[in-house]
Design a protein around this ligand. Structure first.
Ligand code: FAD
Length: 441
């Protein structure tokens, strides 16, 4: 097993103690000095169990690392200790070649699972836009969803996770199979505080041949209504609908190059090419026009994809363009979404660049969530912007905090997470500090 120590290999250990929390200037500042004492890269289960056992005996904190693409300092160790890099847990198998599921080890990259699925005429139900480097364990423990969530919602929805093998943090670690929905809930978006995930069995979707398209509109409101129309029309077979207001041209060179005139609002879509004539009709109804059309994009074959402008990639591009940009995560109300969006734009002007995505809620409705880019000036102003959203009835999943309570859980820790955690991590060694109340561990 490879082991890197902070004393001898500081740069390596620092890099494996970091994630994309620098998207937030507040987290970048707070987490600047957080670093593990060492990083272990176990080759397989018996080495993993050895590391976990010795950490349990010496009460050493453990932070599990997948691809390290999480945004909220999820994979950043707050209290030193050991980072366990799961990259060698990368096997992918299907127990039955005709089945619509796959069993993958938690360190398997999502792009590799997608390739495996595609080979069998299937595809992942959801892919974060970081699908090239993110892992399945990281998606389950730290992510939300992404491309495909318009059909299958967030990762835990619609019984998409069948079961998982997890291990406990004890002197003699237990490896157990979790199948019940409350146990599965306990692993979801828990920042690796409730257990160590070894492998996960997930349901897949039927694979379609996808095209990628960009349509342009005179203003954001019209682009949004068009996007919502496509998102809610269940007869159009699609995988992604994202709406961007003005201000993104500078960050999205491929879209800027495709659009010859002045900057407009755009909708990035992925749907079946057979549906193009119908979508084009809708587009014309809203006086829009297609500026980009590619009827065959195979992301699993490595094609450059417009989808890598969507979801939180918009922030990555915005920050590359201007380090002073940051973002928020928002959930709009189904009935008041258009009013909420125009109220925020009229209140904030150029301080905000609107970006909305559509996803399926647990009860089957299509809802709108946002990743607006914000021009950052100070922590105080950011809080005012957050409060403005909340006053308008917009839910904020705050990406500028690193505790699980304060992110999307509204001050609380879901019971399922606490329950799994108390049975699998009796000494509170998993990612300590990420749950407010054990900051002193
Ligand atoms: P990591 O960052 O390594 O880990 C995330 C969390 O999971 C950590 O708390 C870690 O301790 C825990 N963890 C990892 N593996 C295990 C394990 N085996 N057992 C227990 N705990 C574990 N997210 C989305 O949901 N949708 C998006 O579209 C999306 N777009 C993004 C775009 C950009 C540019 C960036 C930087 C991030 C984006 N994210 C998105 C966030 C992130 O990429 C995803 O959540 C991704 O799935 C995280 O996977 P990872 O392997 O990188 O996890």
């Amino acid at each position: 097993m490879k082991i890197y120590n902070k004393e001898n290999e500081f740069a390596k250990v620092k890099s494996l103690s970091s994630d994309f929390s620098w998207f937030s200037p507040i987290l970048a500042d707070r987490l600047r000095d957080s670093i593990a004492d060492s990083v272990c890269v176990p080759e397989g289960l018996s080495e993993l169990l050895d590391v976990v056992s010795s950490c349990a005996k010496s009460r050493t904190p453990i932070t599990i690392r997948g691809g390290g693409t999480g945004n909220y300092g999820q994979a950043v160790p707050l209290n030193g200790g050991v980072v366990i890099d799961m990259k060698n847990f990368n096997k992918i198998k299907s127990s039955d070649s005709s089945a619509d599921h796959v069993i993958a080890e938690s360190g398997a990259r999502l792009i590799d699972i997608e390739r495996h699925a595609n080979y069998r005429g299937l595809e992942m139900r959801w892919l974060p836009s970081t699908f090239r480097s993110a892992t399945l364990g990281g998606l389950v423990a730290g992510g939300f969803g992404g491309i495909g969530s318009i059909n299958y919602g967030a990762v835990g929805s619609f019984s998409s996770i069948r079961n998982a093998y997890i291990i406990s943090v004890e002197e003699s670690p237990r490896k157990i199979l979790v199948e019940r929905s409350d146990e599965i809930e306990g692993m979801l978006h828990a920042y690796g505080t409730s257990c160590i995930i070894v492998s996960v069995e997930i349901l897949l979707a039927t694979k379609y041949s996808w095209g990628e398209y960009v349509a342009e509109f005179d203003d954001f409101d019209t682009a949004y209504i068009f996007g919502k129309q496509i998102a809610t029309d269940s007869t159009i077979i699609k995988r992604e609908v994202a709406v961007f207001g003005e201000g993104f041209h500078g960050f999205f060179p491929r879209i800027r190059d495709a659009s010859e005139g002045e900057e407009k609002s755009v909708v990035v879509l992925s749907f079946c090419p057979e549906d193009f004539p119908r979508v084009e009709k809708y587009c014309e109804m809203f006086n829009g026009s297609f500026i980009y059309r590619n009827d065959k994009v195979e992301i699993s074959a490595g094609s450059v994809s417009m989808l890598e402008y969507c979801w939180n990639h918009s922030t990555l591009h915005a920050k590359k363009y201007d380090k002073g940009n940051t973002y928020l995560q928002t959930v709009y109300s189904n009935e008041l979404d258009t009013e909420q969006l125009s109220y925020i734009k009229s209140s904030l002007g150029d301080e905000i660049m609107q970006h909305c995505e559509f996803i399926k809620s647990r009860d089957g409705d299509i809802m709108s969530v946002g990743l607006p880019v914000i021009k950052y000036s100070s922590e105080k102003r950011l809080q005012e912007i957050i409060d403005l959203h909340k006053d308008a009835g917009i839910v904020i999943n705050n990406p500028h905090v690193y505790t699980l309570n304060d992110g999307k859980h509204n001050g609380h820790i879901p019971r399922a997470i606490s329950k799994l955690r108390s049975s699998m991590d009796p000494y509170g060694l998993l990612n300590p500090g990420k749950i407010r109340c054990d900051l002193a561990v």
